[in-house]
Ligand binder design. Structure first.
Ligand SMILES: Cc1cc2nc3c(=O)[nH]c(=O)nc-3n(C[C@H](O)[C@H](O)[C@H](O)COP(=O)(O)OP(=O)(O)OC[C@H]3O[C@@H](n4cnc5c(N)ncnc54)[C@H](O)[C@@H]3O)c2cc1C
Ligand code: SF4
Length: 477
């Protein structure tokens, strides 16, 4: 007999904030509903059928031991559940909040496959780690032995900091060079705070600092310090710089005032979340309040922009995408969230140009899906004579990111790149063609996910530890 689906486990931070009033803080919610959430976490965890073919685990990039920590949670053994979950994931509360679980662990849960709704794995992972923080179970790193070898990490996103965590555990000295004024990479300035609260990221950065990791902020490698100088200074160097070259739009009016890049818009909004004064936000240049907003793109960055614009008080928010819903790259869950919040999706629509300066509208070409290309994906084709103008006074370009040209920027000829411009490195050890230089995260695999960057950072750190161990044993002979 089919089991009755249980109540949905409330995921504070994902399901709740958008429905709360401005003064209704997460802490208040937890205070009132803490027991309720705890009961729901146990209830959700107990829905796991312990199927014995843990597709959830094999579809988690970190191969988290999900069935076991669900079983521990179901029996109220939260500390053990936390200890197990952090064995494979340096930042479980972050992944629990922002992994696209519908494409990873939860999408492959056998209960989901049998039509009864997935166990909300991400929400339970977040819950057990948040509980661990509240109870002081999350401890800083105390290496058994301090070693003299040092590693320089360029970039403090999830790839860089996951590696820093692992390297410190092995006793190595770690310095992270970051060009921004805060550490955390896209977890800090890309992903909006309604999905990933900034104090959750900063708490981890602070913990790494307390564990002996040195962060050198406002340090742009290639400008403030040369790549060669880092190689001289450290026994190994890890490149974890992410991908930041925004794809751009062409066409008449593309340079008009009021057309902004997604990352500029999201960074401004995130800085405001930190309490910073941001001139472009105050002037309205990077603020959607009272505006007709059009976001161009169909990926997760576009979803973050539309949902941020709604929260800032835009009068209307539309998202233009040149393919249809079934073919959009962004998470279906995010799209559904955006729709529920009032975003209008205009499928099969591509920008041809822009009216006005400052911008007053987007000239839109209607598209249809044509014959599949070599990859099997249907290419969008223009429908002649169906152009129209979509009113807009703020246009946000969210068309994806490409790698910067690191070999040129860093004067590092031996640093080989792929035809996509990503750094060429071994996919297991992450070593590049330059001895002692490693790469991980988006700069190696192209724009991807936090959880993949964490896995890469972990693997690169393990390979670096092997390298320094090998060098130490040669020196000892
Ligand atoms: C808007 C947006 C939303 C996203 N939402 C999600 C999501 O919900 N879930 C998810 O899993 N993934 C999401 N992603 C993808 C995810 O953020 C990335 O895959 C991940 O952050 C990559 O990690 P990384 O460590 O490789 O690089 P990054 O996080 O990009 O960090 C790289 C760091 O290197 C620094 N840096 C670059 N060049 C230099 C230099 N020369 N010198 C010093 N420092 C340098 C940068 O300032 C940055 O801090 C999102 C991405 C974007 C853009
Ligand atoms: S890390 Fe991500 S994919 Fe893995 S179990 Fe957690 S939420 Fe799922």
């Amino acid at each position: 007999m089919a089991k009755e689906p249980m109540l949905k486990f409330v995921n504070v931070g994902r399901d709740m904030p958008e429905k709360r009033d401005a003064g209704d803080r997460k802490e208040d919610f937890l205070e009132i509903y803490g027991d309720f959430i705890s009961a729901k976490a146990e209830e959700q965890a107990s829905r796991c059928s312990q199927c014995g073919v843990p597709y959830c685990q094999s579809h988690c990039p970190l191969h988290n031991n999900i069935p076991d920590w669900l079983r521990l949670t179901a029996s109220g053994r939260l500390k053990e559940a936390y200890e197990l979950s952090q064995e494979t994931n340096a930042f479980p509360e972050i992944c629990g909040r922002i992994c696209p679980q519908d494409r990873l662990c939860e999408g492959n849960c056998v209960i989901e496959q049998s039509g009864h709704g997935t166990v909300t794995i991400g929400a339970v992972e977040k819950y057990i780690t948040d509980t661990a923080w509240e109870n002081g179970w999350v401890e800083g790193i105390k290496p058994h032995t301090e070693r003299t070898e040092s590693v320089g990490i360029i970039g403090s996103g999830p790839g860089g900091v996951a590696a820093a965590d692992r390297l410190r555990r092995a006793g190595l000295q770690v310095t992270v060079y970051e060009r921004s004024d805060r550490a955390g990479g896209l977890m800090t300035y890309g992903i909006p705070s309604f999905k990933l609260e900034k104090d959750v990221v900063m708490r981890r950065i602070d913990q790494l600092k307390e564990s002996g990791v040195e962060f050198v902020l406002n340090c742009n490698v290639g400008e403030d310090i040369s790549f060669d100088a880092l190689r001289e200074k450290h026994d190994a160097v890890l490149i974890a710089t992410g991908v930041y070259k925004s794809r751009d739009l062409q066409g008449p009016g593309a340079g008009s005032e009021g057309i902004v890049a997604a990352l500029d818009y999201l960074t401004a909004s995130n800085k405001v979340s930190f309490g910073d004064t941001v001139a472009e936000f105050d002037s309205g240049a990077l603020n959607a309040k009272g505006k007709k907003v059009v976001v161009i793109g169909g990926g997760d960055t576009a979803m973050d922009c539309v949902r941020t614009a709604i929260r800032q008080g835009a009068t209307s928010v539309k998202c233009l995408y040149r393919r249809d819903r079934a073919n959009m790259p962004g998470s279906q869950r995010e799209t559904q969230n955006a729709e529920e919040e009032g975003v209008e999706f205009v499928w099969l629509a591509a920008p041809k140009g822009f009216a006005g300066n400052p911008v007053t509208g987007v000239m839109v070409q209607k598209m249809r899906l044509g014959t599949p290309d070599a990859s099997g994906r249907q290419s969008p084709e223009v429908i002649e004579g169906a152009d129209y103008v979509e009113d807009a006074d703020l246009v946000i370009k969210a068309l994806g990111f490409e790698p910067e040209e690191l070999p040129k920027l860093w004067n590092a000829d031996g640093l080989e790149v792929t035809r996509w411009g990503t750094v060429l490195a071994d996919f297991k050890t992450h070593e590049t063609k330059l001895p002692g230089v490693y790469a991980c995260g988006d700069i190696q695999r192209g724009a991807s996910l936090v959880v993949w960057a964490i896995r890469d950072g972990r693997e690169a750190a393990d390979a670096i530890v092997e390298q320094v161990n090998a060098a130490a044993s040669v020196a000892a002979e």
